[in-house]
Design a protein around this ligand. Sequence first.
Ligand SMILES: [Zn+2]
Length: 212
Amino acid sequence: MLKITKYAPEIKKAKKEISDFFGFNLEIEIIIAKNRVEYEKLLGRKTADWEIGSYSPQEKNIKLLDPVRWKKDAPIHNPKKFSTTIKHELVHAYTNHLSKNKALPKWLNEGLAETISGSGQNKKNQYFETDFCSKLDTPFNWSQRVNSGSGAYATSYLFTRYLLNKYGFKTIKKLIQAAPIYYSYNRFDKIAINIFGKNLAKLEEEFLDNIQ
Ligand SMILES: [Zn+2]
């Protein structure tokens, strides 16, 4: 584990930006692993070579892989994106706090992290699965698609960005706070109807009609 001081200015800046966006402040510990072996030891599991950060709601901390190791341990990522990676994980922490640790669909969770942190910027996608909200929702469904070039992150980012731009963060906040303790597509769909006046399938249609 590295002394946090190495990246202290970047971490401080990221924390302020995300806390300003959400309008409240959370104390979150950030741990930097010096390589993938140490990162996996901290997480207690094997990781894919694109994984560089993780938020733990149980431990209330964020674990990150030291960006000096990305070239070797996470070659698809540019170390220049370290600060957006910190922000991405912080958004997960803040979203989890807002939802009171309830289960959100993965597309919303990752979509918010990608949009608010700026890490989704420039992400594009041309193929959208039908009813993607039902295919990118549970951790199982997400894991089936995240590695297969389906654009799981890009779809989630573009859709969530659309919802944020069109309906505003206040409305999205209501959606987060109204999430059921036990997630199912149908239960979340009902909440969407209450909040947007239309179901997820309709919102997807609306998004695809307006995508730029
Ligand atoms: Zn994430």
